[in-house]
Design a binder for this molecule. Structure first.
Ligand SMILES: [Zn+2]
Ligand SMILES: [Zn+2]
Length: 235
């Protein structure tokens, strides 16, 4: 991955104290990678070798098709399809190197599973999570910002906990894990209450026009975000 793609200042991502900061980080990375790949980068030979090999998952193909520059998508797909024809059916290879139908089938199956954009996002996230831990270890103001987050979604709780275990010194490891647990548990508890409230609203006694939904209206969308780190409303 080009280093400027993930040159996102971690403090800025944490500063808004709204939702899961790593979900915001992932969304920023995704936007950057999509803009990058739909722009001039797509013509760079080393990038094209990678997109030919990895292709794109359904989610990212869909996002690319919704953008303006359809010629970029067409050019990348054209050479990716050439590569697939070679890999799955042995097109252009001597007969003794052609894959069997079984091996070709397995290559075909993998075609929708590997994705250039997903891999770039994952590499970027690993780098940014490492940066987050460096800040936690060395910057007091950042430790306070970290502890004051309203939530970490479950996938990102797990990512941060693993990084804290691995990267932090003994002095800060327990404290960071405590912050993570406190913030995530409180968010989960509140969400659980809202989902329960949502269920209760279907009781006939809550059918009146002045029924009090409290914070329950979008509880299911928030639950989807908490469980998957993805946004069902914008994706
Ligand atoms: Zn998240
Ligand atoms: Zn993808």
């Amino acid at each position: 991955m080009r280093s400027d793609l993930c040159s996102i200042p971690v403090e800025e991502v944490f500063a808004p104290r709204e939702g899961c900061p790593l979900c915001r980080m992932r969304a920023m990375l995704e936007e950057r990678v999509l803009t990058y790949i739909m722009g001039a980068a797509m013509m760079e030979p080393d990038v094209r070798i990678q997109t030919n090999r990895q292709g794109f998952c359904f989610d990212h193909l869909k996002k690319m098709l919704n953008r303006r520059n359809r010629l970029s998508v067409a050019l990348m797909l054209e050479s990716h399809l050439t590569e697939l024809d070679r890999r799955v059916f042995g097109q252009g290879k001597p007969f003794f190197l052609k894959p069997s139908a079984g091996a070709g089938g397995r290559s075909a199956e993998r075609a929708g599973e590997t994705c250039f954009v997903c891999e770039q996002i994952e590499t970027g996230m690993s780098q940014l999570v490492r940066n987050t831990m460096v800040l936690y270890e060395n910057d007091r103001a950042f430790r306070e910002l970290f502890a004051g987050q309203p939530q970490f979604c479950l996938p990102h709780y797990s990512l941060l906990a693993a990084a804290a275990e691995k990267q932090l010194s003994k002095k800060y490891r327990a404290r960071c894990l405590e912050d993570l647990t406190r913030v995530t548990r409180a968010a989960l508890e509140e969400l659980h209450g809202d989902v329960k409230h949502f269920c209760d609203m279907f009781d006939y006694r809550n059918n009146g026009p002045d029924a009090d939904w409290g914070n329950a209206r979008d509880a299911l969308e928030r639950a989807a975000r908490m469980l998957t780190a993805r946004d069902p409303e914008t994706e």
